[in-house]
Design a protein around this ligand. Structure first.
Ligand code: COA
Length: 177
């Protein structure tokens, strides 16, 4: 039995420790992290799963990004503690957070990951959407309305279209921490 809740500032370092445990050393050197530089995550979509004892079992975060003139969510990191993997917790967090994202007006989500896992949540390879190099294009996956959305994925704050009055704005202003 797990309790899902929005991540709070008090959870931050515990979640970071979980990510350090679950990912290879140097994860923050990955090019996808440049999309998170100087940008807060979307607080309402940063979720933690704790067991009945309060032990952190899994966490997920989302960041706002720009793709050409469009806005999107970058899903991740998501991690489930190694002792809790394979119990459906990853699927629970994915389903919960994607539904919440839709409910608050984000209709376009991308990630860099394994298609065999994320396909079950509707993710497909994104054609014409490029993550900062070096990212394997086969691992750039999206779900939602990507019709006519192409281009480089850019940092929300420093992306080329930041501040452009013509910016497409289908989503509410991101709820930045
Ligand atoms: C990927 C991760 C979040 C999945 O969470 P989980 O709670 O273990 O997953 P679930 O229990 O919801 O689903 C388990 C299923 O996913 C499959 N699966 C898990 N990781 C997979 C992967 N990388 N590729 C393909 N399938 C995968 C399992 O084989 C299992 O398949 P089954 O349903 O056919 O038995 C978790 O394994 C994890 O934290 N891994 C380390 C960090 C990581 O890689 N994060 C994702 C970055 S792309």
């Amino acid at each position: 039995m797990y309790n899902l809740a929005q991540e709070t500032p008090a959870d931050w370092w515990e979640v970071e420790a979980l990510y350090d445990l679950c990912f290879a050393p140097g994860r923050e050197a990955l090019s996808s992290y440049r999309l998170r530089d100087n940008v807060g995550p979307v607080a309402a979509l940063c979720r933690v799963a704790r067991d009945a004892d309060g032990t952190l079992a899994a966490a997920i975060r989302f960041w706002p990004v720009r793709v050409g003139a469009a806005t999107a969510l970058l899903l991740g990191p998501i991690a489930v503690h190694p002792t809790r993997q394979g119990e459906g917790l990853g699927g629970l967090l994915m389903g919960d957070s994607l539904a919440r994202a839709h409910d608050i007006g984000w209709h376009r989500v991308l990630l860099v990951g394994d298609a065999p896992y994320y396909r079950r949540f509707g993710f497909e390879r994104l054609e014409g959407v490029t993550m900062p190099p070096p990212t394997n294009p086969e691992r750039v996956l999206g779900v939602g309305d990507w019709t006519d959305v192409t281009g480089a994925v850019e940092n929300w704050r420093t992306g080329g279209h930041a501040g452009n009055p013509g910016l497409e704005n289908p989503a509410p202003a991101p709820d930045l921490c």
